[in-house]
Design a protein around this ligand. Structure first.
Ligand SMILES: [Fe+2]
Length: 258
């Protein structure tokens, strides 16, 4: 794999890295199209059910994997993604449990608050594969480079972020990104008319609590960020309809807990 030494330096510094045109084969594109077909079909035929999921109001949902997503992982392995992971993270691929997932941003929605995916203490690495070109209009992920280095509270992050550079992951079909889960990031609003789909492979250091996933016949939607519980719904309603107060509430809670 290309200039891994250089990529490693950038990955350590910024907490993310892009591999351009890595998944550019005809076979990879066939699987991308198939995954897209599965997701669009699922969205159209189970819309009433999907509307009830946590994250629907925000417009950001998880994906539960089908065999097609596993096939994309197989291609990445053939391309020696293991070498990149070993070099970038100092751990071999077989030292990680792998969760097959994805993220969908719904049309005209998907703007999130900045957050990290889990605590800094539990390091996870995310490999992201957009199945189509991912432009500004599609609601790319926005990251704060270097924000994975130290643990920082919510209020402090928001104070500091005004002075920090932010980067949007604008990608072409075939590009992949690798990022630390602890980096501060958010989904931006999907202003296009189509679903914005990113396949994710989440690597977490092996532990006995890892639950093996069911691989489905077709890709399905799941909750993201918010639970389906009453409490989860209230939080999501607040975040969507009273975002300023929700933001203040989160700031206050993190300030009190500091
Ligand atoms: Fe996230």
């Amino acid at each position: 794999m290309l200039n891994l030494k250089e990529k490693k330096l950038l990955f350590d510094k910024n907490g993310f890295i892009i591999f351009e045109k890595l998944l550019k084969s005809e076979t990879a594109f066939v699987h991308f199209d198939q995954v897209k077909r599965e997701i669009v079909r699922e969205y159209d035929s189970n819309y009433i059910k999907i509307k009830k999921l946590g994250g629907f109001m925000t417009g950001n949902l998880d994906l539960k994997p089908s065999k097609e997503i596993i096939k994309i992982w197989e291609i990445l392995k053939e391309l020696k993604i293991s070498e990149a992971i070993k070099k970038l993270t100092n751990k071999a691929l077989d030292e990680y449990d792998i969760k097959f997932a994805g993220n969908v941003s719904l049309p005209n929605k998907g703007d999130q608050f900045f957050h990290t995916d889990g605590p800094k203490s539990a390091r996870k690495i995310l490999i992201g594969v957009p199945i189509e070109d991912l432009k500004e209009i599609d609601g790319p992920t926005e990251l704060v480079p270097g924000s994975h280095h130290k643990r920082i509270s919510y209020w402090k992050f928001h104070f500091e972020k005004f002075f920090k550079k932010k980067v949007k992951l604008i990608l072409d079909k075939g590009d992949i990104f690798i990022r630390e889960s602890y980096i501060w990031h958010k989904g931006t609003k999907n202003r296009s008319k189509k679903l914005r789909i990113i396949i994710l492979f989440v690597l977490s250091e092996k532990n006995s609590n890892f639950v093996k996933q069911d691989i489905l016949n077709t890709t399905k939607f799941g909750d993201n960020m918010f639970e389906i519980s009453f409490k989860g719904k209230i939080r999501e309603i607040m975040s969507v309809y009273l975002p300023f107060f929700y933001f203040l509430y989160k700031l206050l809670v993190s300030f009190i807990r500091k």
